[in-house]
Design a protein around this ligand. Structure first.
Ligand SMILES: *[C@@H]1O[C@H](CO)[C@@H](O)[C@H](O)[C@H]1NC(C)=O
Ligand SMILES: *[C@@H]1O[C@H](CO)[C@@H](O)[C@H](O)[C@H]1NC(C)=O
Ligand SMILES: *[C@@H]1O[C@H](CO)[C@@H](O)[C@H](O)[C@H]1NC(C)=O
Ligand SMILES: *[C@@H]1O[C@H](CO)[C@@H](O)[C@H](O)[C@H]1NC(C)=O
Length: 515
């Protein structure tokens, strides 16, 4: 729990005038709000890519990782130079590895688990790991083990003259070879000239990569990751940003956090400690500049959607499959609410971001939401509790549950992206889609006695190429108008991003958006 002493506001200020002002703000904000009288809808921005890494937001964070094309979850495909065919986990896993496929797809993709820069496990489509067959003659290559041990460990050796050519060294010290299309063994000796006649040489293709928190921390490894991450947390979002937000028409932040924050300062590897201190800083800056904070559990244990932004290791979705996993997540919510309940800036707690259907079932999500809601209420009677809709599901499915939870909010995310619906749409068609279809979507989840509604993520970016500044301005203001009718409010994705339109800071500073 956060002691009042550690949370002393304005501790660096010596001016009594400011302390007096602060006391007034504190008194009015702690005593002023009850759940039934939410004032006006919030205009907020996400602090994406800060406490939960997303490589596309700040690619340079990955620059210092050795062999950074081989991160956890990277999909590799291997074409034998002798058979001319791809390695394949026959039937997707559970049996032998063959070398008889002409086009690579799911069964021909081997997802990396990184041990260190040169040593890996390979996970196949059905989630087994490639290894040596302990039952047979010991050299046959199979995908049968559900957890990787020594015999599932391989080194990838690159041709020093051509990084597209690799050899794979097994735990017995010998190299994999495609003896024939149906026989892959680990018994080729060290020497090679990297020629087309060497059955231990494979042409490498990459299919899919993840750049999330697991990848960056495990990529740097336990010695370097703590410093790299702390430098990132200390510099990516700073006090000046909170000042800027307060001066540019924003009234709050939605802060994505990962489940490991609750075991700071010693989270399980590969995660590193220190993000909790950064969140503490955010709360004191928010208080200083009068901003509201929405804590958003963006990455739940096991990953609730298989994306890098939920810290998936290899694209798999395992959250919600067991009771203990759900209880662990409730404990994270309890920890966070208890820590910040006394801060006047705590505005809402979002229990989980973007769970994906059908991998996350409605049943387990509802049981989690009920328990998570109670955990928040044990510490705060005023914080709103935000329930994120499942991706790829009926947007009204949470209304029956949420209607019984006072102070609850439904979060829906609206992007004119990530769906072929938007392929080839013109500027005007995009704007009409927002005005018509998003209005309908929002109306569907807005009920008189039910939960409030929140557009917790949106962006002024689209599939249109060559759009002018004025096009962007019209698109942004159409969205502001529609999402401004969400009863809880909205949050732009995101404050900072190397891609300009995804950076609200850039959009406002360059006159694309005015609040
Ligand atoms: C990587 O891990 C393997 C297996 O533990 C070890 O043998 C090897 O020395 C390590 N390599 C590096 C570069 O740390
Ligand atoms: C790389 O290429 C150089 C020059 O063609 C050659 O001398 C050398 O043997 C090659 N190295 C390997 C490992 O094939
Ligand atoms: C590849 O080899 C396996 C094992 O013999 C066989 O079952 C499968 O049908 C073969 N697939 C193709 C596309 O040749
Ligand atoms: C948008 O809404 C209009 C009017 O309801 C409907 O005709 C149209 O099909 C919708 N567009 C899409 C892409 O769903």
């Amino acid at each position: 729990m956060l002691s009042p002493a550690r949370f002393r506001p304005f501790r660096s200020f010596s001016s009594w005038f400011f302390i007096a002002v602060l006391i007034c703000i504190t008194i009015s904000s702690t005593s002023g709000r009850t759940l039934t009288e939410q004032t006006s809808p919030i205009k907020a921005v996400n602090l994406g890519g800060w406490l939960v890494t997303e490589g596309w937001i700040k690619p340079s964070l990955f620059d210092g990782i050795p062999n950074n094309d081989f991160l956890d979850g990277t999909g590799l495909q291997f074409k034998s130079v002798t058979t001319g065919k791809y390695l394949c986990a026959e039937r997707g896993g559970g049996t032998i590895i063959v070398a008889n496929r002409t086009t690579p797809s799911d069964w021909e993709t081997f997802k990396l688990w990184r041990i260190n820069e040169s040593t890996f496990n390979f996970r196949v489509f059905n989630n087994q790991f490639v290894g040596l067959d302990s039952e047979g003659n010991g050299d046959d290559v199979v995908a049968v083990s559900n957890s990787p041990g020594i015999s599932e460990t391989f080194q990838i050796v690159k041709d020093p003259n051509n990084s597209n050519l690799v050899r794979i060294k097994a735990s017995n010290g010998l190299f994999l070879q495609a003896k024939s299309e149906v026989l892959v063994t680990a018994d080729h000796p060290e020497g090679t000239g990297w020629g087309n006649d060497d059955p231990s040489v494979f042409e490498l293709r990459t299919s899919g990569r993840l750049q999330g928190e697991f990848q960056v921390t495990n990529g740097y490894g336990p010695v370097r990751a703590p410093q790299v991450m702390r430098d990132h947390w200390r510099t990516f979002i700073v006090e000046e940003d909170f000042k800027w937000m307060s001066e540019n028409g924003l009234d709050g932040v939605r802060i994505p956090v990962g489940w490991w924050i609750a075991s700071d300062p010693t989270p399980p590897l590969p995660y590193v400690g220190g993000s909790l201190q950064a969140l503490d800083n955010a709360f004191s800056w928010a208080q200083k500049y009068g901003l509201k904070v929405i804590i958003d559990l963006h990455a739940a244990p096991g990953s609730q959607n298989g994306n890098e932004h939920s810290a998936s290791r290899d694209g798999s979705l395992e959250w919600g499959s067991t009771d203990s996993n759900i209880q662990q997540t409730v404990a994270v919510i309890e920890f966070l609410t208890a820590r910040y309940a006394r801060s006047p800036s705590l505005y809402a707690v979002e229990l989980i971001n973007e769970p994906l259907a059908p991998g996350v079932s409605l049943e387990s999500l509802e049981s989690y939401y009920s328990a998570g809601y109670k955990a928040v209420r044990r510490h705060s009677s005023t914080a709103f509790v935000i329930l994120s809709n499942r991706l790829s599901s009926d947007s009204r499915e949470l209304l029956p549950l949420a209607s019984g939870l006072s102070g609850s909010v439904i979060d829906a995310h609206y992007y004119n992206l990530f769906s072929n619906v938007f392929d080839g749409m013109t500027v005007q068609q995009n704007i009409d889609f927002v005005s018509t279809n998003r209005t309908e979507d929002l109306n569907k989840i807005t009920t008189s006695n039910g939960p409030l509604t929140f557009v917790g993520e949106w962006v002024a970016e689209w599939e249109v190429s060559g759009a002018t500044k004025e096009d962007y301005q019209r698109f942004a203001s159409a969205q502001l108008e529609v999402y401004g009718r969400a009863t809880f409010g909205w949050a732009y994705w995101t404050l900072k991003n190397v891609k300009n339109h995804w950076s609200l800071e850039w959009m406002i500073n360059n006159g694309y958006i005015k609040l």
